[in-house]
Design a protein around this ligand. Structure first.
Ligand SMILES: [Zn+2]
Length: 339
């Protein structure tokens, strides 16, 4: 397998050919959902560009000094631009700092590589500040951007990048890979493959952080409780739990709830598509009998809108209360979510 990359072999092959043919471009954009493997592929590409002992043209050895430092994201010629902790957006000063670094020749590597992670988190004016570098990238500089989708960035940015669209792996193949490559026990591998929706990076993050799995389960149980409550109690719940919400955590909570409503939509519609929350499949089936397809679709759509509103900085508690008021009340909540 070229580059030892799971699920995106086609992309690895293409990038390898670019290097081997001396045709590496100045800018690439890796798109796909978080955890699909955009950064891993970009780092592997940076290794392939700078490997000191490539076993074949365009192939990284994986263990020379350059490969090692790049894998640890500590190579002096690797710059990483991403939203700072506790910040909401990439700042224009970060772009300026990066541009100064890129104007110097590489310290020791063949190429200076800049990784611009989740660049959709830069405002249009910050993206514009980067445009000049994209248009006239200095020699020996390769820019690697990641984003959810090409449409998340300004068209002027996207058009100057070679776009590689990474997609989640089929669940079955991720499940097998988790066991064969990463030693995850089969039962856990199946669950992680489903919850991650075929995104290997996300599946491994869950494996390495059992607290994330527990958190998810708590949020789903909470959703079950809320469905059993009358409106008055839901509002009381919101008042108690969302007084000063951590927006990032709330976003994850809503995303988890969204997976549940999408699962309910699948169950209600009788579609055979695989569920995300297979560990709750008995509950989903039971609820699917009480909730119509239209209801499930509307509630999933509400959640998508709520996530957009949250990103637009609207009052988080009001956003959630609007959701909860529209949820149906489901009878027999005590029988739900008992597994
Ligand atoms: Zn190497």
């Amino acid at each position: 397998m070229p580059w030892d990359i799971f699920a995106h072999e086609w992309a690895a092959r293409l990038l390898q050919q670019h290097i081997a043919g001396g045709e590496a471009r100045h800018a690439y954009l890796f798109t796909g959902p978080p955890g699909v493997g955009r950064r891993s592929l970009a780092l592997r590409f940076a290794q392939a560009l700078n490997c000191l002992q490539p076993p074949a043209p365009g192939e990284p050895c994986g263990h020379c000094r350059a490969c090692d430092l790049i894998a640890r994201q500590q190579h002096p010629d690797l710059s990483i631009l991403q939203v700072e902790e506790d910040a909401r957006q990439i700042k224009v000063e970060q772009v300026r700092t990066l541009q100064r670094a890129l104007s110097l020749s590489p310290y020791e590597a063949r190429y200076r590589v800049a990784l611009l992670l989740d660049f959709q988190r830069a405002t249009p004016s910050t993206q514009n500040a980067m445009l000049k570098t994209l248009e006239e990238a200095p020699e020996k500089v390769v820019l690697l951007l990641t984003a959810g989708s090409a449409e998340d960035l300004l068209p002027t940015i996207t058009s100057r990048c070679e776009v590689l669209r990474l997609r989640p792996a089929p669940l079955q193949s991720l499940e097998e890979a988790l066991t064969a490559r990463w030693g995850v026990p089969p039962d856990e591998a199946r669950l992680l493959a489903h919850i991650s929706g075929g995104r290997p990076g996300y599946a491994l993050r869950l494996r390495d952080n059992p607290a994330l799995l527990e958190q998810r389960q708590t949020w789903l149980l909470e959703l079950g409780e809320l469905l059993g409550m009358p409106l008055r109690e839901r509002l009381a719940w919101s008042k108690q739990n969302l007084r000063k919400p951590d927006r990032d955590e709330l976003r994850e909570r809503l995303q988890t709830w969204l997976t549940f409503w999408r699962d309910l939509l699948l169950v209600a519609s009788g579609a055979g598509a695989p569920l995300t929350n297979i560990d709750f499949s008995a509950d989903l089936r039971r609820l699917g009998g009480q909730i119509s397809m239209a209801e499930a679709r509307d509630r999933a759509a509400d959640l998508e809108k709520a996530l957009v509103r949250l990103d637009a900085n609207l009052n988080a508690r009001l956003v959630v209360e609007n959701l909860l008021l529209a949820w149906p009340r489901v009878s027999q909540p005590s029988e739900l979510f008992l597994e």
